[in-house]
Design a protein around this ligand. Structure first.
Ligand code: ZN
Length: 240
């Protein structure tokens, strides 16, 4: 069984299509999605249609939540608020209901998926360091949990202490717990503009981070044509 774990698609259709093609080439058999299907980029409807049709386990991200309610956007940075307001208008009521119905965390084939943290999944905290990872580990009941939200691929491991760092491929060892950020499909923020996702091979017990090139210029043009903030286009080429 080979799972493709995808997160933070953020309405980037070019990145999603490139990642799905790589997933097929890599002969994955199953999928899980860690949320933030929509928000920021220019194809929320198209990306949501694809994910809905795939009929795979999906958890709710903060942008999925913001874009599926009519809550006021006080306290948001202006670019994010503009993207949320625009995205709300692109989605049908049925799409918004589908997003509202997503769960915050799920158990999939013996591993856990969550968008932000396990200690308070609805509060959208950011796990960048060992201290924040340790808080999630306290609530982690499976050896492996995948998360997103920071758009920075990093893996934390707990045996007697918590360790963490960047990774490309590693083996899951028995008796340890792993809290793994799979990076972002649609808006990478680790200074690498390539789309990111992870292959979890349950037979080999391996985790592999994949980076996939896609047509950044096309995604940027759509953002500009939609009248979304210029900063959202610029950051795709920078990977931050
Ligand atoms: Zn996100």
């Amino acid at each position: 069984m080979r799972f493709a774990i995808i997160a933070d698609i953020h309405a980037n259709l070019e990145a999603l299509q490139a990642v799905l093609e790589d997933i097929r080439e890599q002969k994955c058999t199953h999928y899980a999605c860690l949320g933030d299907v929509v928000g920021y980029n220019a194809n929320p409807k198209e990306c949501l249609d694809i994910i809905r049709q795939m009929n795979i386990p999906v958890v709710k991200g903060n942008h999925d939540e913001y874009c599926s309610t009519d809550d006021p956007l006080d306290g948001f940075n202006p670019a994010a608020a503009a993207a949320v307001a625009w995205t709300r208008k692109q989605l049908s009521e049925d799409d918004r209901q589908w997003l509202r119905d997503l769960k915050y965390q799920r158990l999939v084939n013996g591993f856990t998926i969550v968008h932000a943290t396990l200690d308070a999944p609805q509060r959208w905290g950011y796990v960048f360091d060992k201290l924040a990872a340790a808080a999630s580990f306290t609530y982690q009941n499976t050896p492996v949990c995948f998360f997103g939200h920071t758009h920075v691929p990093v893996a934390f491991m707990r045996d007697t202490v918590v360790r963490g760092g960047t990774y490309s491929k590693f083996k899951i060892e028995a008796g340890k717990k792993y809290f793994i950020n799979v990076g972002a499909v649609g808006q990478p923020r680790d200074n690498n503009p390539k789309a990111a996702y992870v292959i979890y091979d349950l037979d080999e017990s391996t985790i592999e981070l994949r980076r996939v090139e896609y047509d950044v210029a096309k995604a940027q043009k759509k953002i500009r044509d939609a009248g979304l903030p210029e900063r959202l286009a610029e950051r795709l080429a920078l990977g931050r």
